[in-house]
Design a protein around this ligand. Sequence first.
Ligand SMILES: [Ca+2]
Length: 444
Amino acid sequence: MKTKLFARANVLLASICLLNFTPRPASAADGTPGIGLKLIAEGFTSPTTLIPLDDGSGRLLVADQIGIISVLTKEGAKAEQPFFDVRSRLTKLIEGFDERGLLGLALHPRFKENRKVYLEYSAPRRDTAPSDWDSTLHVSEFRVSENDAARVDPASERVLLEIDKPYFNHNAGCIAFGPDGYLYISVGDGGNANDEGRGHPPQGNGQDTTVLLGKILRIDVDRGNPCSIPSDNPFADGKKGRPEIFAYGMRNAWRISFDRGGNHELFAGDVGQTMFEEVDIIVKGGNYGWNIREGFHCFNRQDPLHPLEDCPKVGASGEPLLDPVLEYKNINGQRKDPEARGISITGGHVYRGKALPQLEGKYVFGDWSRNFVLPDGVLFVATRSSAPGEKKWTLEPLELVSPKKIGAFVVGFGQDAEGELYVLTNGRNAITGSTGKVYKLVPM
Ligand SMILES: [Ca+2]
């Protein structure tokens, strides 16, 4: 029975791919190698984050959504002792599809000196939150133990931010330090759909600058207790909005990352609702449009499958609604369109490594899966336009030499100390089991 089901699924997948992707040679004609995935480690559930353990050892940290952070050697051998186990601090997760859990991990830029570690995770709903709300996001600081940089001291938690969530979905939950030394935090719009429902004001959380949902936040973890607000945050004085806000009009920026080269821009893969997935380059004070816009289009709350012809071009204070740098069509809303490429964007990284020079300066990211049930994640490469003034990036599939297909849900991406990229996958659309894998993008 099981085999038959799987066989049917494979036939289905194969036909979907044939319909939608024109095969191209995986290697360039000039003989430069193509790109493949090398399995580095497995046995995870839903790995969301991979970062270097910045202690000079070359080791890597992998955060799993279920609440365990593992230490890997450069070769991928997993240490028996986890870096940290936060399972007891998480809200009760669903034994199925869930967007909550351990969602973000970052080390302090001066980790070698101060040994500080930061997490964003879904904690149980705090007492002061409305009783029909779901959970409370924590952004917390920890320290590794005095004599072991590969082990967090569980008693060291300092909660920096608590954000109540009305629904289980749209947490975003990614954290990253910027070149300015401040901590950037992505927070989803609160969940449900259309940016409506309990815990959503009439204009939606994305457009409401008095709440932290639907935002990119920025805090200074080095000053204040428990933290402080950078003086040039757009609403730093608190008069027109929450001082933690850096940018707004976000829906669900599941993964964000800074370009480690170039102008160190902040990239966000903002998950769309039904019609369009988008990549944004986030600037201070930017309003990225949700829920007035989805991608380059006017979002229609009454009928999300039919974008409006016209909508406001500015937010409540007359500020422009900023377009993404690229969008692609969502299969859920545009099933018959051959240009529909996925159903939920997974933001990645600008490639600044050495092994794959053909990717230099390009944004490598993916889509979770082309199907909610079947494991059919895909990878993309986006290229900045060389035309003066052209802000739109071009998008193409990242063709793999081997394996040809990922055959899993793409949960996240990672980057090591050398700038090489990793793809983090889950074989299931659920946060159960041990089908989670870590792949490295390698020349092949
Ligand atoms: Ca947008």
